[in-house]
Design a protein. Structure first.
Lengths: 312, 377
């Protein structure tokens, strides 16, 4: 477990609040350069985990090291090397885009010369060049998120901790945001990002699934998808509503969801259920263009894992 | 201490003050408005107290007496009443605050040098006006009698120089007119100039409530640097008030300023530092703006009002209150403002207060930094 290569290492890391244990004996090891996705339902402990790693919360129990600094005794020593982005907008609304960047540059001891270079580059990077003098409060949600990211990047941190950076952002901005993250990932920055979006989890090099404060799965997206119990059967039907009603309660079908025209069914055994479902559809004279066993997506894997957790 | 960090926070906070109109108004204009309000509310000179007279004597002497007591601006003759019932009605309606009943035989009694009964009725719901009327009437009555006596004695062949053997000559230094405002307003400065302490108390809670504290705590800034960076801009803005308010006090209230202005400015800066540090302690402990606001009034403003000796002399307070008073920056600053404004004393006398304010400021800042943790929750 004490992998010499890891940049973040937690051992039974625990954080109690008055009412609940938000993070419960989390043991995790993250290698330099990873793009690690933290997923889980609301209240699973993702935000608390990120805040702990950023040195913003006291550790209740267990240990953790970030860049070989002890989280409990050397939290302040970690801060210069970490870029933390809070979930809600937490920049200064009355300051302009440029002033916000400058403020954080000063606090992170970025030299004037570096500041000038990086400010220009980050503004371009975040597509904010034309809004340089606009007050942050007057930016759109997506622009605010990009500015926040720019502010956390101004000191070129070794580790980025991003708490749901794309929540409430339109799809185009979301795409742009992830392109930036991918670039940083390629450049070797270690990134831990929490997200409610499964397509984003799919872009990570590794994904940790949290549930009730515990890390219940931690693997590559591919392997997590592989852990799906059962298969996905996809039906391209003409009348998806009727299809959904007809097949939802069938034996072996645990989940039915629509994606546009398609109906995705989570079944215990694809090969066994496919002919059965086909038969039911024919009997009900429902017309469909195709029916096939589809590759599982992150979303189905996630839902099935959570269902299993809830059942236990 | 990292000056660059302090300056970054100061500049940021300065932007916040200047761009957020409500903060700007709170910091810049409230002290003047407060001074105006308190100076007027607390130094009401009682004048024109309405008085009714029930004159049973109906003589020339009694009328002369009434004329003498209602001369000037102190008492106004509202009406001659015809009966006690009428006086009762006027008091009930609030038309008069006091009534004078002159008994029959007033003129005869005076002529005969007998004791002259005289009744004054006052409205006890407003004791200040009533008490003022009593005092005023008693004083005028004495003058009236003295004059009458002197003329009677003269008529009988006695040459009288004066009826008052002691010639008391009072000379009031520093405030020759004994105007309460001349003393009160310099004292009030310690209250009104301390007002930005409220904004300082709110500033951390404001960041907490707006979520910006989370981002700030994730930076490597030192605790003391953060607190100092937040206090400094309020000191600077507060010093604008240190210039505005004395000018206002001199121009509007006609208060004389006899001391050295530069000394006053410097000592005011020390006061700002100590009182704002006190506000910062509250900011560190109070997690919401509402709580910080409420506790500021409890801990800074009420003691500032009652314990700093502006209204009640500290010497007459119980020991525990005197001790608390010595730990309030306002106590020392009130001594300084009163000293600098009227007698115009210098640092040779005021230095202990200056030293104590520095001590309080440093102590408060250290306590705040000690208890301020760079953690959420």
């Amino acid at each position: 477990m004490n992998d010499a290569k890891s940049i973040i290492e937690t051992n039974r890391l625990t954080r109690d609040f008055k009412s609940a244990t938000a993070v419960d004996e989390l043991t995790l090891s993250i290698a330099p350069g990873e793009l690690f996705g933290l997923v889980g339902p609301d209240g699973a402990g993702k935000t608390t985990t990120l805040r702990l790693l950023a040195g913003l919360l006291d550790v209740s129990d267990g240990e953790a090291t970030v860049l070989d600094f002890d989280l409990k005794s050397q939290a302040e020593a970690i801060k210069p090397h970490v870029g933390y982005m809070a979930q809600q907008f937490s920049l200064y609304g009355e300051l302009s885009v440029l002033e916000n960047l400058q403020f954080f540059a000063e606090l992170f001891d970025v030299t004037k010369q570096e500041q000038n270079e990086r400010t220009q580059r980050l503004l371009e990077f975040a597509n904010l060049t034309e809004f340089t003098n606009r007050r942050a409060v007057h930016l759109s949600g997506g622009m605010q998120k990009k500015l926040a990211l720019a502010c956390t990047l101004i000191h070129q941190p070794k580790i980025l901790l991003l708490d749901e950076p794309t929540t409430g952002v339109d799809p185009v901005s979301r795409r742009e945001f992830w392109n930036i993250l991918t670039e940083l990932h390629v450049d070797g920055t270690t990134i831990i990002v929490s997200t409610p979006y499964m397509d984003e989890a799919d872009r990570c090099s590794r994904v940790g699934l949290m549930y009730a404060g515990k890390l219940v799965e931690c693997d590559t997206p591919q392997n997590i998808r592989g852990k799906l119990e059962g298969d996905v059967i996809q039906v391209q039907a003409e009348d998806w509503q009727k299809t959904l009603e007809t097949v939802a309660g069938l034996e072996g079908v645990s989940e039915a969801q629509t994606y546009g025209e398609a109906v995705n069914l989570l079944v215990d055994n694809g090969k066994k259920r496919l002919p059965e479902i086909e038969a039911v559809l024919k009997k009900s004279s429902i017309k469909y263009r195709s029916i096939r066993i589809a590759p599982a997506r992150m979303e189905e894997a996630f839902i099935s894992l959570i269902r299993r957790m809830e059942a236990e | 201490m990292n000056l660059r960090h302090i300056w970054a926070v100061t500049r940021k906070e300065f932007h916040h003050i200047v761009r957020d109109r409500s903060t700007l108004i709170l910091v810049l204009f409230t002290p003047t408005a407060l001074l105006l309000l308190m100076a007027y509310a607390l130094t009401v000179d009682i004048k024109h107290v309405p008085l009714a007279v029930l004159d049973y004597d109906q003589s020339q002497t009694s009328r002369a007496f009434v004329q003498q007591i209602t001369a000037g601006q102190d008492l106004d003759l509202y009406a001659y009443a015809a009966s006690m019932d009428e006086i009762d009605a006027m008091l009930m309606r609030g038309d008069i605050k006091a009534a004078l009943v002159i008994s029959p035989g007033f003129a005869a009694d005076m002529q005969a040098l007998r004791g002259m009964p005289m009744q004054i009725i006052i409205d006890g719901t407003e004791p200040e006006s009533g008490g003022f009327a009593v005092e005023h009437i008693a004083q005028r009555a004495e003058e009236f009698i003295s004059t009458a006596l002197a003329s009677q004695l003269a008529a009988r062949g006695f040459s009288v120089k004066t009826l008052q053997p002691i010639d008391l000559r009072i000379r009031t230094w520093f405030n020759p007119d004994l105007k309460p405002r001349n003393d009160l307003i310099p004292g009030l400065l310690s209250m009104v100039l301390g007002f930005p302490a409220l904004s300082v108390a709110l500033t951390l809670a404001h960041e907490r409530e707006h979520g910006t504290l989370e981002q700030l705590l994730a930076t490597p800034i030192g605790r003391t640097d953060l607190l100092l960076g937040k206090i400094i801009p309020y000191i600077l803005v507060g010093l604008i008030n240190v210039i505005i308010i004395p000018i206002f006090a001199i121009a509007w209230f006609g208060i004389s300023f006899n001391g050295n202005f530069l000394l006053f400015f410097g000592l005011s800066a020390l006061f700002m530092f100590s009182i704002l540090s006190m506000g910062m302690i509250l900011g560190v402990f109070m997690k919401t703006q509402a709580a910080a606001l409420a506790v500021s009034f409890l801990v800074i403003f009420f003691p500032g009002f009652f314990l700093t000796g502006i209204f009640f002399p500290i010497a007459s307070m119980p020991e525990i209150a005197r001790l608390e008073a010595s730990f309030l920056p306002g106590t020392h600053y009130a001594i300084i403002t009163r000293g600098v404004f009227l007698p115009g004393v210098g640092l040779d006398i005021l230095w202990p207060n200056a030293v104590f304010m520095v001590f309080l400021g440093v102590a408060f800042t250290l306590v705040a930094a000690l208890f301020f943790r760079k953690k959420l929750g």
